[in-house]
Design a protein around this ligand. Sequence first.
Ligand SMILES: [Cu+2]
Length: 425
Amino acid sequence: MLNLTRFARRAMRNSISKSRSNPRSSKNTSASRNISSSASSGSSKQVSGPPKWLWATAVVSAAGVGGWSWSSFLGGSKKRQDEVDTAKQNYLTCIGDDVSLPLPDEECVITFVPDVPPPITRDYPVRLRLDMDTSLRQVPLDGSKLYEIWSFNGGAPGPFIRAREGDVLDISFTNKDTSGMWHNIDFHAISGPGGGAGVLTAEKNETRSGQFKLMYPGLYIYHCAVHPVAHHIANGMYGLILVEPAEGLPPVDKEFCVVQSEFYTNDEPEEKGSNLLGMNEERLVDENPNYVVFNGRVNSMTTSDGGSPLVATAGERVRIFFGNAGPNLVSSFHVIGAIFDKVYREGDLMTPPARGLQTTLVPAGGAAVVEFVPTTPGNLTLVDHSISRIDKGAVGFLTVEGPVCPNVFHSDKEARPCKPCKIHP
Ligand SMILES: [Cu+2]
């Protein structure tokens, strides 16, 4: 009970403070009302409030978490009853309209690493339609060595999804994996059992769907959660979903996404003459990957093996949406030669960001948003500062162009690369 009350009050406070402090938020409230109003005058089904099961679920959940019981509820004081009523009202306010409301439809714009869809400019929620699928693909993992990834929409990482707080994610998920394995999607941005995984579990050639309200702004991981989960993630089934706050994010000059993950493979291909590496289950169980990579493969953001460094100009504000898919390791994300001007720790977009950080911890199944302003032309280097991992692939470059800024960085010496150094090219 206590936990539910705190949760509901916090959500209520957030809601009230946003509508007071932000004109876009007020506008949005008005737009939402218009949507509700037009819905009620039409023939589409109109729901006056959330389904009763939502409230029932909340009560049962609160009982389990906070030590609340029906006997104490029935025999409690008037104060307790008032508290329950207040919590219920606050909870209903927090949940808002039912996901079946006829919100405007919008096709979800998706991109693949390192690109990010443009910022959302609308100030009202929509039903965000998105088709996702899974299929097998062989991709270069390390130079000429191939690995068969279990992809979302052909990629590992899967697509970057950009949504707005209050949107309803209307997703169809088709299993195009010819092997016969089941797959699904557990969205960390979704409130409810499995993050949607159970209802999205699809057999071969099957399409499953669901509608899920995105209640909390933040940067979230999604991943396949079919048993054995570690195998599905370690084979590439992960991605990021950004839920922008209703008032949007402060504008920046460049946005990129970077996802760290691990691969657990044999050292050599099993078949003679083949370049295809197989999975090494012993390494997976031991949480001892032989590859720790950014954006799905070794050298995705370096100048080797056809990689493409990120590019920015000195003086531009750069924002990186960073995810750690794991499946097992915690990342110590650091950019050599940059100080993070802002860090939205653990993907939290509701709390003011931390300032002036060197390295930020990103848990497996977690994320962070970092911003910095490169000052000097040259290469900045993205690493996991558990630094042995650079030899497993966790290194990438941001190439900074533009004029020298001697007030910030000056030497009359040329930079001296320590070849074959991987971090100071
Ligand atoms: Cu899967």
